[in-house]
Each structure stands twice: as structure tokens, then as C-alpha cells.
Design a protein around this ligand. Structure first.
Ligand code: NAP
Length: 136
């Protein structure tokens, strides 16, 4: 499945990327950042050096539509609210919005992957090494 992350330069976006790059059923095609567009992802997330040659791109809904089967938003609350209608309008049929305030055990990225696995119809723990970081 081709996956895009809107807000990939942030904390949750970076952790989500780390998990998705190792996920057996996912190809990350698009990672957005407005400020860091054109930069290598590993320039912002040094832990991903050697794992990907992806670069951040600016948010472009038509590019998202062409390159993604599923989209995550890892943006601040208010931004997600504004982004979702546009994504639904272009026909994104699979969307996972990461906007929970709950910060217990820093689990937002793991919960996102868990949702992706439900969409894919595979075991919810696929790609998640540490079961302590996401609720089952
Ligand atoms: N941090 C945590 O521990 C944590 C835990 C649980 C849940 N969450 C939730 O996860 C979400 C992301 O949190 P975060 O801490 O990762 O935020 P963050 O570090 O501030 O990152 C936000 C990301 O969204 C992008 N962005 C900001 N405004 C945007 C807009 N209007 N349109 C498109 N992209 C935008 C930013 O890049 P550009 O500005 O360059 O585009 C950046 O990549 C939030 O809803 C938060 O409540 C966070």
C-alpha cells in the first residue's frame, strides 16, 4: 500500500515514518513539510539516515491523490481539522488522523500503524515491535 504522511517533519510524523519504513506492506511515497520541503527526511530525523532517501515535499493535494492509497495527518489539531475536508474532496478513501491529545507512552504513531493494519486486514501488531507502545 502506498502511504503518505502530511506533517512528516514533526515528532509524531518522524516516529510514524520510522515504523512505516519497516512495515512489510507499506511503501511510503510522500512526506510533507512546508518549512523543510526539498530537504532529505534524514536531515530532520537523523535516526532515519540509511533507511530512506525520501525528501520532504510541500503539501499538494493532487500529488497526494496520485501517489497515495492511504494518508496520515500528523499535524496540529487545528491544522488537521482544516486539512481533512480537502483530502476527502479529492477522493482519499483511507485516512488516519493523528490528533489525540493523549500522550501516554508517546503512542500516537504506534496507534496510527495499528489503524493501518486494521485497514489492510492484517494482524494489528504488524510492524510494531513493542506492544507496550500501543493499546491492543
Ligand atoms: N508529540 C507527541 O508526543 C504527541 C503524542 C500524541 C499525539 N500527538 C498529536 O499528534 C499530532 C502531531 O503532533 P506533533 O507533536 O508531531 O506536532 P509537531 O512536532 O508540531 O509537527 C507538526 C507537523 O505538521 C506540519 N504542519 C503544521 N501545520 C501544518 C499545516 N497547517 N498544514 C500542513 N502541515 C502542517 C509541520 O510541518 P510544517 O510546518 O513544516 O508543514 C510538522 O511536520 C498533534 O495533533 C498532536 O496532538 C502528539
Amino acid at each position: 500500500m502506498r502511504v503518505g504522511i502530511i506533517g512528516g517533519s514533526g515528532y509524531v510524523g518522524g516516529e510514524l515514518l520510522r515504523l512505516l519504513l519497516a512495515h512489510p506492506q507499506v511503501e511510503v511515497t510522500t512526506v510533507t513539510s512546508r518549512k523543510d520541503a526539498g530537504e532529505f527526511v534524514f536531515g530532520i530525523h537523523p535516526n532515519l539516515r540509511g533507511l530512506t532517501q525520501l525528501k520532504f515535499v510541500p503539501l499538494d493535494l493532487s500529488q497526494i491523490q496520485e501517489s497515495c492509497d492511504l494518508v496520515f495527518t500528523a499535524t496540529p489539531h487545528g491544522s488537521s481539522v482544516n486539512l481533512v475536508p480537502g483530502l476527502l474532496e479529492i477522493g482519499v478513501s483511507r485516512l488516519v488522523v493523528l490528533s489525540a491529545i493523549d500522550n501516554i507512552m508517546k503512542g500516537a504513531a504506534g496507534q496510527g500503524v495499528q489503524c493501518l493494519n486494521v485497514v489492510l486486514g492484517v494482524d494489528e501488531r504488524t510492524g510494531l515491535q513493542s506492544t507496550g507502545f500501543h493499546p491492543m
